[in-house]
Design a protein around this ligand. Structure first.
Ligand code: B12
Ligand code: SF4
Ligand code: SF4
Length: 414
């Protein structure tokens, strides 16, 4: 296995002890199961201006945490997070759980869930391992110097441009799909960091192995994105991205984008699946990233139903069933109502009259978001039964949003 770590120094060599400490940290990270590890100086990254421009165009949509001024300042300068920050230990963890069997991948009656979400939620898993890594470093530094260190551990949710630091640490390059790609592993990688106020032996981001490779003239991801969210190479308008629409967006999914979602109900893998660098991807050693009860490739019926659920069964799921099925996985974050919202869009896109009874039931759901999307789906399916179901609930529906959807669907059928 290739590690983008502990090679090719560009900064003046620090004292020998720190060099060996760096090597020990890298070894420990690998022993903890991380596939990639590297160290970047805790300087502002050159990509900060790209992030700034991204915000100024409003591409972050409703992700206000991306634009809060205190967060922006921290993304610009890690010293605002850890005063005196000198190093960023960056790790990558392969999450590839194998491919979905072909018949399920192409079955429109089932929903598609991004492969990063098939198993356990990566946030806690990676954070606790990074904590173990920093405990290890802290003990060694304290033994050598008697000094306590200041640090922060982040996985995804912190105010850090994770991909940019991963590049600086030599973990890979940024593709036109905006993902961090490792030339020997592809991009099915989670990232995490430790910011600390200790100057380690920085691993060069610019090792020959990683700078000689990039996307070249390829643009498969841009051409394959169903919603046109990759508006230019390296620029993603999150407001159009299926991942944002199905996971981050709290309210209704914009009408004009619903037909473009196909049967994706949680996240989207298209711009990565089409990428030629993914031919190097190998299934992860981390068993907990496989769907419960499955091996790679996923095999048991229970596991398959969880990662590729039958849509009409999913929209009948009550809160208890949702908790049973998805607690501990990333899907739990969206809550039942948003997962059902997404599934109803997928059912609308399926346009099958066999789904009318299920959609009619969903018109009585306790959540107006669900009722509204059920109405839209009935409008897409069409036919007399769908029309009758919509007209029947119009007199009793009191929620303004759901009423609006019902009226729009009736109009569409007229
Ligand atoms: C907000 C967010 C999203 C948003 C916006 C994504 C985006 N591309 O901006 C949404 C909800 C859409 C999203 C989707 C996904 N996300 Co997300 N997301 C984040 C988050 C929290 C912040 C990303 C961010 O800062 N965006 C702002 C843009 C401007 O920054 P950027 O994405 O880093 O883009 C850089 C490049 O574009 C580069 N750049 C810009 N111009 C140019 C020009 C050139 C020539 C070059 C070389 C580079 C370059 O500079 C930018 C700044 O660093 C990070 C975690 C974190 N704290 O960083 C995870 C993160 C990026 N997401 C991750 C994942 C796994 C996903 C999904 C795959 C999940 C899924 N399957 O649905 C998709 C992938 C979609 C995609 N193509 O990006 C991983 C990515 C791992 C990797 N290998 O890259 C991260 C790092 C989380 C983690 N800790 O593992 N995500
Ligand atoms: S995740 Fe899907 S919708 Fe988002 S940019 Fe990639 S292909 Fe487009
Ligand atoms: S699909 Fe092509 S353009 Fe897109 S990230 Fe992969 S190599 Fe780059």
């Amino acid at each position: 296995m290739q590690h983008a770590s502990c090679t090719g120094r560009t900064t003046p060599a620090p004292p020998l002890d720190w060099m060996s400490l760096t090597e020990q940290i890298c070894d420990k990270a690998r022993n903890l199961g991380f596939d990639l590890v590297g160290i970047a100086p805790a300087h502002p990254v050159p990509q900060f201006s790209a992030y700034h421009s991204w915000l100024s165009h409003g591409y972050h949509g409703e992700m206000e945490y991306m634009a809060r001024s205190d967060r922006v300042a921290r993304r610009k300068d890690p010293n605002k997070i850890v005063p005196g920050a000198r190093s960023v230990i960056c790790v990558g963890l392969n999450y590839y759980p194998g491919a979905l069997p072909h018949n399920l991948r192409h079955d429109p009656s089932r929903g598609l869930i991004s492969n990063y979400a098939w198993g356990v939620d990566y946030h806690d898993l990676m954070r606790s391992r990074l904590q173990e890594l920093v405990n290890f470093a802290e003990t060694r530094i304290y033994t050598k110097t008697g000094r306590k260190i200041a640090y922060r551990v982040y996985v995804d949710t912190g105010p850090v441009l994770e991909r940019a630091y991963a590049v600086e640490a030599g973990l890979g390059f940024i593709g036109k799909n905006t993902c961090l790609i490792h030339p020997q592993m592809g991009s099915w990688l989670f990232l995490g960091e430790i910011l600390l106020d200790v100057e380690l032996d920085y691993v060069s981001a610019r090792t020959p192995r990683n700078t000689d490779v990039n996307c070249g003239s390829c643009r498969r991801c841009l051409d394959a994105c169903p919603t046109g969210a990759l508006i230019a190479p390296y620029v993603l308008d999150a407001r159009r991205c299926i991942s944002y629409l199905t996971i981050e967006l709290k309210g209704p999914i914009p009408h004009e984008l619903r037909p473009l979602l196909g049967n994706w109900i949680y996240g989207c893998d298209i711009c990565q699946t089409v990428c030629p660098w993914q031919r190097f991807a190998r299934p992860t050693r981390e068993r907990s990233f496989y769907a419960q009860g499955t091996a790679s490739p996923p095999s048991t019926a229970e596991g398959l139903d969880r990662i590729s659920p039958v849509l009409s069964e999913l929209v009948r799921m009550n809160v208890e069933a949702f908790q049973r099925q998805y607690t501990g996985t990333p899907l739990h974050r969206t809550g039942r109502h948003r997962l059902l919202r997404n599934a109803l869009v997928a059912l609308g896109n399926q346009r099958s009259s066999t789904t009318v009874p299920t959609l009619t039931e969903a018109l009585a759901d306790e959540e107006s978001l669900v009722r509204g999307h059920a109405a839209w789906a009935l409008g897409q399916v069409g036919g007399q039964a769908a029309q009758r179901a919509l007209e029947n609930v119009l007199s009793t529906e009191r929620d303004p949003y759901a009423r609006h959807e019902i009226l729009a669907a009736i109009d569409a059928l007229a």
